[in-house]
Design a protein around this ligand. Sequence first.
Ligand code: PHE
Length: 481
Amino acid sequence: MVGLTRPQGGQSFAMRGGGRDSWSGQIAFVLAAAASAVGLGNLWRFPYLAARYGGGVFIAVYLILSLTLGAALLVTEIAIGRYSRQSQLTAFRALGHGRWNFLGVMATVVPLFILPYYNVIGGWVVRYFASYAGVIAGSSPGAETQGFFDAFVADPWSPFVCMAVFTAVASAVVALGVRKGIEKANVVLMPALLAITVALAIYVAALPGAGAGIKFYLVPDFSSCGSVGKVVLAAMGQMFYSLSLAMGIMITYGSYMRRGDSIPGASVRIVAADTFMAVLAGFMIIPLAVAFAGAEGGARPAVDAGPGLMFATLPKIFASLGAAGRWLGFTFFSLVLFAALTSAISMTEACVASVCDFFGIRRRPSVAAVLAWTVAVGSLSAFGYGRWSSARLFGLPMLEFFDSSMNVLTPVVAALTCVFAGWVLGPKRILAECRRESSRGIGGAFAASYAFMVRFVAPVLVAAILASEICRTFGFGGWSI
Ligand code: PHE
């Protein structure tokens, strides 16, 4: 048995104040982590990447990567959280004896800067949801009309107000606490999310012409996917984002996990749930886009519209379906809203818990501080296409600037986390935490492959994503995905 000394320093408020919050059990933990993982990345980003990188080719690469590398990284983050019983800001300091303080800071900066602009996008979803609800209730057509998106983001106040509403709801859930807030919200939202996705996928599969879309999505197309390196990089970047890695979320959520619950078992379930939802989303989005947007220049450009797919292409498709399309739009944007909300809740929690643990303050004042920060920084992005559209950094609107910077910072945090787990804390410690107070042991093959993965494979692969992101950000072409 590996020696398990208690981590030094950084005792959290909750620990001093008599017991940290915890999930009610393994299922609640898996549900919470899956709720964080399933978000815009699954519903919109996975389908369009699959369309861009050869359909089945991308799906196969993604499955292999997420079940190996993704699961190993999840195990690492959850174990760091449960072992230290702290959120990321103080966990690295405690486990690294102060020298790894900087990594905790970096892993906190990431969600602190992603949350504000994620909530701006969450606000866009609120606007679309409200618009479809209005259309169904009989008011004038909204989101499905041409130019709606451009007019909305350029409006002086709307994007800000919608972001504030979305932020308030996520913050309210977090203010209620781990069990009474986050857990309860997930128990309602996650089954709803699954049911809506399955229903929409079945509905779309039954539409005329859907078969061609399903073929386009599933059949490997080696001629269009580009080099192997590009597919692997794209799949890996997507996997990080989709599993909410390198943002302190899984460390924070792990810190609420009970000892005795299996970390590898939970990780595999989280990966499976996240991947299932991503693949299912493809069955809903791709046939729809292929069947109805073919007229506008073929299947590939329609699905490959990137961010525009969700807010411009899909509403156009819904509009072409008449009354059924309105219901489809309403149901689809309820789904997106739930998914975005549960992800925003997890990011808010990672920030709130870090503030609590670092300053030793209670949950509610910490939520208030994070809320104020989110609205203040989020306003830069919310006003960024309207009243403050002249404010640009490196030529980019604020939202895109934050997004690009975080795309570079996330792999740095991920790579350093692997180095920390593989070489500082050591795979033995992580594995010992995995089987702590559990009746089931860890197999030798699992232990050996985990150690190899976290020490060698993960840092090298993550460094490759980083190089690609840097190339893309600074425009060196060729290498970037
Ligand atoms: N994992 C989420 C998704 O797939 C995105 C996310 C990013 C969630 C950052 C939390 C934090 O969309």
